[in-house]
Design a protein around this ligand. Structure first.
Ligand code: BGC
Length: 266
């Protein structure tokens, strides 16, 4: 249980949902975890407390990832506390759903600025530090790892969610372009694309038996995902066990991207 021993890992948006599971799973593997949150200080403190109760190391830092000054302040606080950073999990994200013709510019801008620009801003600060420091062989054979939290909607179009799907499609080519550019520096960049994971963001899709039955029709594996499914994948993707994986999206979706309608149709 020490695959991330002594590595400093920032997980953005980890006061709840998928991010909190990633933070806890990484801490359980020996990482020093920064639990970033935008507004839920209480949620972040609960995640930190749980990590500490289990013998791990964590701190909470507030920052809205879409604001460059706040991102720079957060990285400054990380360097003051831990001296460096080894792993960035670009997890913070949100939905502002609307039919296309009803979608306001605010709905559009909010989702793009957190889900896509936020990933750019955090990655930029992390990568600058990875390049400055280089490889520290005692901790990892790479100079650092960026994991972008994408979605099955980086490839599945999603009516009523154009802003969200556009943000995740953007994350895909941001990730791949960074991976290509940064590989010579031994900096790893990859994505995880979760399917339907039971969290507050998609409560309406699983909270009633009727909604859940409809959702399961989209999941060949016939269960809704849990945040730990993503936490385990993130640990492995951040660890040296996956060192040679670069510029790839790992789908953790119970087969949602396998065109389930074609199991009987077509
Ligand atoms: C969305 C969820 C949705 C899932 C599968 C995720 O990226 O945030 O709301 O349930 O994709 O459609």
């Amino acid at each position: 249980m020490n695959r991330l021993q002594d590595r400093v890992a920032l997980v953005t948006g980890s006061s709840s949902g998928i991010g909190s599971a990633v933070a806890k799973c990484m801490a359980a593997e020996g990482a020093k975890v920064i639990v970033n949150y935008a507004s839920s200080a209480k949620g972040a403190e609960e995640v930190v407390a749980e990590i500490k109760e289990n013998g791990g190391e964590a701190i909470a830092i507030q920052a809205d990832v879409s604001q460059e000054d706040q991102v720079k302040r957060m990285f400054g606080a990380i360097f003051d506390t831990y001296g460096t950073i080894d792993v960035l999990v670009n997890n913070a994200g949100l939905q502002k759903d609307a039919a296309f013709v009803d979608m306001t510019l605010d709905d559009w801008n909010k989702v793009i600025s957190v889900n896509l620009t936020g990933q750019f801003l955090c990655a930029k600060e992390a990568v600058k530090e990875f390049m400055r420091r280089g490889v520290v062989p005692e901790r990892s054979s790479s100079a650092g790892s960026v994991i972008c939290m994408s979605s099955v909607h980086e490839v599945i179009p999603w009516a009523g969610h154009c802003n969200y799907a556009a943000s995740k499609g953007g994350v895909m080519l941001l990730m791949k372009s960074m991976a290509q550019e940064l590989a010579p520096h031994k900096i790893r960049v990859n994505s995880i694309a979760p399917g339907a994971i039971q969290t507050p963001i998609n409560r309406s899709a699983w909270e009633t038996p009727e909604a859940k039955a409809e959702l399961l029709k989209l999941i060949p594996y016939n269960r809704v995902g849990i945040p730990e499914d993503i936490g385990k994948a993130a640990v492995w993707l951040a660890s040296d066990e996956s060192e040679y994986i670069q510029g790839t999206t790992i789908f953790v979706d119970g087969g949602m991207t396998l065109y389930p309608g074609f199991a009987t149709g077509g």
